[in-house]
Write a protein that binds this ligand. Sequence first.
Ligand code: GLC
Length: 717
Amino acid sequence: MLHRCITAFVGLCLCAGPVSAQKLDSLLARMTLDEKLGQLNLLSAAGENGRASNDQIALARAGKLGGLFNVIGAENTAQVQRVAVTESRLKIPLLFGLDVIHGYRTTFPIPLGEAASFDPEAAQATARAAGLEAAAAGISWTYAPMVDIARDPRWGRIAEGSGEDPYLGSLLAAARVRGFQENIFATVKHFAGYGAAEAGREYNETEISERTMREIYLPPFKAAVDAGVASLMSAFNDNAGVPSSGNAWLTDTVLRREWRFKGFVVSDWTSVAELIPHGVAGGPSEAGRRALTAGVDMDMQSSIYMDSLPALVRSGRIPMAVVDSAVMRILRAKQRLGLFKDPYRPRTAPAMDSTRALARRVAGESIVLLKNDGSTLPLDKNTSAIAVIGPLADNKPEPLGPWHTMGQPEDVVTVLAGIKAKVPATTQVMYAQGSGVEDTSTAGFAEAVAAAKQAKVAILVLGERGEMSGEAASRSMIGLPGVQEQLLEAVAATGTPVVLVLMNGRPLTIEWAAEHVPAIVETWFLGVEAGNATADVLFGDVNPSGRLPVTFPRSLGQIPIYYNHRNTGRPFGANNKFSSKYLDIPNTPRYPFGYGLSYTTFGYRDVKVTNPRIRATDTLVVSVTLTNTGSREGTEVAQLYVRDEVASVARPVRELKAFQRVTLKPNESRTLTLRVAAQDLGFYGLNMKRVVEPGAFRVYVGPSSAEGQEARFEVVR
Ligand code: GLC
C-alpha cells in the first residue's frame, strides 16, 4: 500500500488511513439496504445541456445514487453534489465520471497515435493536462485509459488503445494512469479481451485462451493496477462463453486474489443487463446477482442493482456481506479522492496555450514517416507552388478523432492552415477538396488535377472520418473510403510529385499508394494541433520519430496479423510449398510493428550481451552503439526484442522487452544500455503457472520488429 501512496504522491494518495476506515465502517453500519445499493448505482446525466435530470437529483437526495457521469460543467456537478451532501440522510458525496479519452477541451492525438511516439512521459503529460482540465469542470473520474490490446484493424476501437503489444501497452497504461490520477480517478478498460472481437466485429464474442489472455491482454491492466489505478471497467464481450461483466475468474480470482487490487470495478454501460441477451441470466435479478457476486461493484446505467437486488438480498440469495464489500470499495474510493472532506474539489484549468504547445509537441512525435523515396520530404518552404488536396485537408472536425469529449472543431488547426502558416507569402498554396471521404462523387477531381498540374508538389490529405473508428465503428474493408484512392491516382497521373498524408483511426490497406506514391506520412487523428504538427514534419521543422504501435497489413486477408506471432511447425519457406503461407500474398505485412522512417538514417553496431548467462533473478544487460549516419539531427526508437528458442510452450518469434528514444546529431554515436529483468522473460507454462525457464535466447536490437542486430544469451538455473 505504501508504494501506491508514493506512486500517487503528487495527487491522489490511494491509501485510506486507519482512522478513515473506522469512520467508513460506522457509516456503513448506519446505511439502509437501499442506501447501500444506491452507492452501487451509476447513471448517465439525463437532463438538458449536460445536467442531471430531476429524477436523478431526487435519487441523490434519497441516497440512491453513487455517482453520475456525463454531467458537464462545474456548476452542474456542484448543483447535484450540494443535494447529495446537504439534503440526503447520510450526506455521502457523489462521483462524477466522464470519458476523457485523449483530452477534455484541449484534444491531443488519439491514443493509438500517441502510442506511436513510444514516449510514456508524453502520454503521462497529456493525461495530466486532460485530468486537470476535467477536474476544473467538476469531473472526479475518467473512463480512461482504454488499454485493450488490438490485433485486428477492422475493429474501430483500435483507435482508443495502444496497439498490439503488451509491453508498450503496459508502459503507456501506467503512464496515463499516473498522469490522470494527479487530479482525478482513472479507470482502465475494458476488462478484458474486448479487442479480440471475432472478425473485428464490434461487441462480438472472443475466443482467447488463458495463456494468451494472461500474456497478451491482461498485462496492461496489471501495469495499471500496479500504478495504483482507482477502478477498472468490465467489458461487453464474452470470452469462450463467459461474459466479462459476470466473470468471477477475471474480477475476483485474477483481479483481487492474484493482483490484490483494492479499488473498484464498474460495469460498462448496460453490460450488467446485457448478461440477459448473452444468455447467462434469465432476467434482471439473475443478471444483477451474477455481476455483483462476480465482483462488478458498480452498475453503470442499467439500474438493476438499485431496482432488482433489494429483494434478492432480503431473501438471502445475495449475502449482505457481498453488498457490504462492494459498498465499502466505493466509500473507500470516495475517501481516497478526498470527497468527504471537499466534495467540490475546485481546480483551475491549465492555460490553453500551454496545453496547445504540449498537443503540438506530442502530435509531432506521433507522426510516422512510412515512405520517403528520393527524399521527397521534407519539403522546401520556398517551393513556388503547393497543391493541398483532399477531403481532410481543410477539415476542422475530423482531426479531433472519434471521441473528443469537449474538444471543439473551432479549436482545430487544419492541415491546410498549418501549411499556409508554415510557408512564406511568396509560396502559392492552392486548395482543392477533390472528393468527399465516403461519397462516390468524382466531380471534384478536375479541380484537384488542375491544381496539381500547376504545383511543384501535391499534398493529399486522405483517410477516414473520425467516427469511422472508435466505438461501434468496425469496417469490413479498411482501404481508403469512397473514391479517395481514385482521387490519389488521378492526381499522381499528373506527374506532380505526391505526398500522401493519412488521417485515420486504424491501420489501412494502402497497397497502391505504397507502390506508387513517393512519400507517405501516417498522422492518425492528431487533435487541435493537427495542422501545425503535420506542417512541422512536412517542412522539416520536426524530424519524424513515430514508430508503428500496430501492424499495417497488405491485405484484409492477412488479418489478424501481428509481429509477436509463434513460429508454427511449418514456418514460411520460399521454396517450400508445404509451409505456412498464402498462394497470393507474402506473409509479411506492408509495414511492421515498430517501423518508422526519419529524415536522417541510423546505424546499429556492436550489440553485446554484457552477461550472456543469467539466472532468473538477474537482469539482462545489452549494449549497442547507435550512430546518426545521416545529415540531420533525429530521434531513433531503439527497440530490443527477445526470442526464447526452446521452451515447454511455443514462444513468439519476437517479443518487445525494452526501447529507448535517442536523439543524436549528425555523425554522433552513443552506446546505449538496455536492460531486461529475467523475470520479464517468463511465460505461463503447461500448468498455467508463470515460469522463467532456463535455456537459450536470442536478442535483437534495431529499428523495428522486422530487423535488428542479433546476439545470444542463456538463462541458467
Ligand atoms: C461506452 C463504452 C465505454 C464508456 C462507457 C461510458 O459504451 O464502451 O468505453 O466508458 O460506455 O460512456
